[in-house]
Design a protein around this ligand. Sequence first.
Ligand code: 48H
Length: 258
Amino acid sequence: MLNEVIITRGILDAYFKKLTDHLKVDVAIVGGGPSGLVAGHDLAKAGKKVALFESKLSIGGGIWGGGMGFNEIVVQEASRPLVEEFGLHPAEYEKGYFTLDSVHTAATLIARAMDAGLAIFNLIAMEDVVIRNERVAGLVLNWGAIQKLEWHIDPLTIHSRFVLDATGHPANVAATLVRKMNVKLNTSTGGIVGEKSMAADAGELQTVENTREVYPGLVVSGMAANAVYGGYRMGPVFGGMLLSGRKAATILLERLGS
Ligand code: 48H
């Protein structure tokens, strides 16, 4: 006969083991969109200890909704090797344009990243960063729902050698750092330059180009990189997001001394 208390204890023990195993990590990723998932996959595959925190219930960020809710996305030729490596199913629409089912894409990226060893914590939001020796050295975390409700409940903290801001359009980690610490970022203005309007081709190139360490200990990827450095948006073409995640992992592996 199934015992409800054993079910409960199993969940609590498994969850808290997972969490306590990740109180000190090589890289803490904030945001479970395409760039965060690819970065998490590559870092975990390289043997790094890496945890991803996502404030929402679902992982996948902007992938699920395709374009305007039509659940297909587009990727371009440049990202095809990565797309195929992950086991996604690109269908050529016109030369150089491939469509992907957005539900299959999100589900597959999540599964591949977790199979590589990425630990994912959904429902948990970054509310602040840890500063040590004038570098970003961890995350201050709270439940996503508590953050939304603005309840006065103190957070908990993890340490990480690096943080990846993969929070998409709002660049929430970099924005928090600037707001709270008044620091100078490695950008043209020293602050968050701000995302530009739509120019798909430029935006796609820029999201990869702008994937950089923006402050000691903090790397930005995906739309957060374009928000921080002032790149264009590109709409529902996702090759740049995937390639940005890969570049973020390459930078982080170099910085971690791999
Ligand atoms: C925990 C947080 C917090 C927080 C936010 O937006 P995303 O999908 O991220 P990217 O940059 O990998 O992909 C961008 C892409 O989806 C997109 O929006 C495109 C291509 N737009 C083009 C256009 O023209 O509009 O995912 C970011 C994730 C989300 O799931 C957030 O919930 C999460 O980050 N997040 N998680 N703590 N403080 N802030």
